[in-house]
Write a protein that binds this ligand. Structure first.
Ligand code: SF4
Ligand code: SF4
Length: 212
């Protein structure tokens, strides 16, 4: 089935019934291309070094920018009275109010989403800890597990660096690094002190703590 083209409208009036678009006086035009480059709606084309109005209905009703910048005043528009007359005759303002509500709703939603994303970006949702000490008999790991059990936190990327097997048997200090993360993308700032206490209470040393 052929795709139907959506009819262009201007506040409830079919766009083809709004005769607002530029007209170029080819005798005056010097082919500088400024109107072509300035218009963001693809209204113009250049032919034989002259500007031509190729897509008049793409022109934004009420805009006259290209006419303002043309260095030789080769571009003209219908009088503004025409627009005021159309506004009155078609009683466009009830439609304009609806369009305003829709546009404002969309913009407010975009702003609210941006604010929410900014707030989430400011949260600390994970941190990397480096701990040194003697981790014998896995007791620290067990306590770590107990600390996060049933709570919205998890431990990831856990790595234990033991200098040598003999060293471990002889209880030589080792290093452990791990990431503490929120499983619900919440701020973990209030949880970090518990973790620091656990490290201290196990006679370990917190070497570094970096928010990720
Ligand atoms: S800005 Fe004026 S002179 Fe330059 S191309 Fe357009 S109509 Fe012609
Ligand atoms: S009036 Fe504005 S929208 Fe219309 S052709 Fe000129 S620059 Fe483009």
């Amino acid at each position: 089935m052929a795709e139907q083209t959506k009819k262009q409208m201007w506040h409830g009036i079919p766009r083809e019934e709004v005769p607002w678009h530029p007209a170029v006086d080819a005798n005056k035009c010097i082919g500088c291309t400024l109107c072509y480059v300035t218009c963001g709606r693809g209204v113009y084309d250049m032919k034989d070094n002259k500007a031509v109005v190729a897509n008049p209905l793409n022109c934004m009703v009420g805009c006259a920018t290209c006419g303002t910048v043309c260095p030789v005043q080769a571009i003209s528009f219908p009088g503004r009275d025409l627009i005021w007359k159309l506004e009155r005759e078609h009683k466009i303002f009830s439609i304009v109010r609806k369009e305003f509500a829709e546009k404002k709703g969309k913009l407010d939603a975009i702003k609210a989403r941006a604010a929410a994303e900014e707030a989430v970006a400011k949260l600390t949702t994970s941190a990397r800890m480096e701990v040194a000490g003697e981790f014998g008999e896995k007791r620290f790991l067990v306590k770590l597990e107990e600390l996060v059990k049933g709570r919205p936190y998890d431990i990831a990327n856990l790595r234990l660096e033991v200098p040598t097997v003999k060293g471990a048997l002889e209880k030589t200090p080792s290093f452990m690094t791990f990431d503490i993360t929120s499983t619900e993308q919440e701020d973990i700032d209030s949880f970090l002190p518990e973790l620091r206490n656990l490290i201290r209470d196990n006679s370990l040393v917190l070497v570094s703590e970096n928010k990720l």
